[in-house]
Design a protein around this ligand. Sequence first.
Ligand SMILES: Nc1nc2c(c(=O)[nH]1)N[C@H]1C(S)=C(S)[C@@H](COP(=O)(O)OP(=O)(O)OC[C@H]3O[C@@H](n4cnc5c(=O)[nH]c(N)nc54)[C@H](O)[C@@H]3O)O[C@H]1N2
Ligand SMILES: Nc1nc2c(c(=O)[nH]1)N[C@H]1C(S)=C(S)[C@@H](COP(=O)(O)OP(=O)(O)OC[C@H]3O[C@@H](n4cnc5c(=O)[nH]c(N)nc54)[C@H](O)[C@@H]3O)O[C@H]1N2
Ligand SMILES: [Mo]
Length: 666
Amino acid sequence: MTKKIYTSCTLDCPDGCGIIAHVDNGRVVKLEGHPDHEFTKGYLCAKTYRFPKRLYSPERQLHPLKRANGSIDSPWVRIGWDEALDLVADRIRRFKAETGSLSIMHYQRTGSWGVTKKLNHRFWNLLGGVTTPSGSLCSGAARAGQKLDFGIRLGHDPSDIVNSKLVLLWGRNPLATNLHLVPLLKTVSEQGGRVILVDPVKSESATICDRHVQPRVATDASFALALAKIVLEEGLEDKDFIERHTDGFAKFRTLVDSHSLQSLSDRCGLSIEDLRELAREYATTKPASIQLGWGLNKYKSSAEIFRCVDALAALCGQIGIPGGGVTHGYDTQRLFDKTIEASDRAEFHRAIPEPLLGRGLLEASDPPVRMMFVNGGNPVNQSPNSNLVAKALTQLDFVVVVDSFLTDTTDYAHIFLPTTTFLEEEDALVSWGHNILGGVNPAIDPVGESRSDLCIVQQLADRLGIGEEMAGTPREWLRRVMSPMEAKGVTVDALLDGPIRCPVAPLIPFADKKFPTRSGHFEFISEIEVEQRRDPAFPLTLVTNFSKKWLLSQMTEAEHPKLATVRVGADWAANHGIENGRQMRLRSAVGELVVEVQVDPRVGKEMVIMAVGTWMKRGGGVNILTEDIMTNFGEMAAYGETRVLLEPLEPALAAATRGVDLQMTA
Ligand SMILES: Nc1nc2c(c(=O)[nH]1)N[C@H]1C(S)=C(S)[C@@H](COP(=O)(O)OP(=O)(O)OC[C@H]3O[C@@H](n4cnc5c(=O)[nH]c(N)nc54)[C@H](O)[C@@H]3O)O[C@H]1N2
Ligand SMILES: Nc1nc2c(c(=O)[nH]1)N[C@H]1C(S)=C(S)[C@@H](COP(=O)(O)OP(=O)(O)OC[C@H]3O[C@@H](n4cnc5c(=O)[nH]c(N)nc54)[C@H](O)[C@@H]3O)O[C@H]1N2
Ligand SMILES: [Mo]
């Protein structure tokens, strides 16, 4: 008899799907969408339908591993949990005693958005506090920019998009990254509205858009200012909204006045006629929504870019109205009891900005970092300047990674602890892409000897004298973390029965025109340092985007593409005599990769584009090239500041690379 179990996908994706898992004899045989999930509406993406393959992949690690002779150059050997946990606990004790708890770094990323994952922070805080990462690889600049303007980054509920007559899909590619947004966008067009893609690349999402506007890469601040300038010149601004609900308009006007329309048009590479047409359409079509993505959130001035877009929307009075707004993400975890993280117990604090992880680890002194504990992340692959991060990890005495697969990061680990996936866990999900809360029920028992993150820190806690303070079943912890939610009527038990709308998330943020800013109004940006790195030695901007086929670096080796590929525009290729399919070297100031060049007329000028997530140990790993540069605000990794060069391979190297390719299995 097939059992059907309700659960939610906790992986790092905006859709946060509601799932019904079909289980036969303790084995997941199929996943399907939960029919009553308001956002994901009964269907899943190809990656999630395929997830049982990952669950049962022969590449999945089901036992703790240690290095045969203790050094990362030696092979992995299987060990028992007791030996592994005793060893980790012993090292924690030793480093704490010898060099203090700050000589340990806890690096946790958002591999899973399960609520219980917060308890890892509690564990390290109860131990007195360790070195942690600060800042962000994902949304930092957007959050910082929108906080200044609105007081908080808070998007319109996705269901509100269908109230829009015009949607600007700005630096966002939902067809690849946010599948359940697509039908809502199609509805806008079907109702006679328009959806316009704003992207230096004609991405997959162009197929569902009515128009594609193609600014030059990383010039969106100039683009938005140009639109604002035209709106003001033509008197199309919403004077009432500006007067009653905003602060700093005069200074914004001075900022706009300080640039000529011609110079803004030159910078963003769009004609004044095109800019005028778009400015008029956005200002006079009410309501119009802007859906901002993560593409334009990866440059040094990204926070300012976001602020210029926000300013354009406020200028046109498109804020706080159904079908309007500037939506990026959601303040997902407001209703958590944060005290469960026990931050008051952390006596010691030290943070290394995530975007500068390699440098930060190498430079940390007093005390130096000696041990790193990684869970839910693949920092060697995903941080900028991967080679530097790898080098920094090789200098640590002891690295522990909790994951289900051997990643580029586990190559630098001394101990590997195998963990469960969401299909084997009891948990809850608060998505970052919509306002529906999800329950996570274990569909099956843990595969092999894998254990949940919570179970692992609890068993370490037992060994370190803080067992009692970490004890509790997942459900007990969920009740504690989510007690403010329970006070609003959402019980954990009900959540584990089916998806529930978050009781405090507004459909239309700022509908009352109250903004949690200093002035209580929307605040206009008044200054911007529009700078773009130029380096004649490296003429192209490296844009890194997400592939429709895989999530971040989470693919199996069997699914890994044979060759690292990079796409360049047709004009650029023609001017440089580069034919489609040629193997070349892609080089930046910090690294190089051998890539196959795909000539693609959809790619904009002065840039190349390469997908995030392929593996360094498989000839990929785009972050080998990216420079560790931080945004002006928001401690965000400015991956997009990397400049690159495409150059021919020496004949010898080309032959050698072909050899490597032949060894790779498709
Ligand atoms: N299939 C799949 N889905 C995913 C992920 C995945 O790895 N795979 N990752 C998830 C995560 S963690 C995130 S954060 C989201 C991200 O979701 P998205 O924001 O949709 O993804 P990106 O691919 O980062 O960027 C979107 C677009 O931004 C464009 N872009 C780049 N630079 C600029 C610029 O200067 N200006 C403008 N206007 N556009 C620019 C790119 O060309 C790209 O088409 O996706 C999530 N969903
Ligand atoms: N060049 C470039 N690099 C980028 C970006 C970019 O735009 N350009 N985007 C960045 C963005 S938006 C993001 S969000 C980051 C993502 O960076 P990471 O969070 O490091 O991404 P992943 O590669 O998905 O690594 C997550 C790991 O967690 C594991 N995992 C999944 N669930 C669990 C769990 O429950 N417990 C444990 N212990 N492990 C689990 C997975 O197997 C996987 O190996 O990457 C960033 N990297
Ligand atoms: Mo992300």
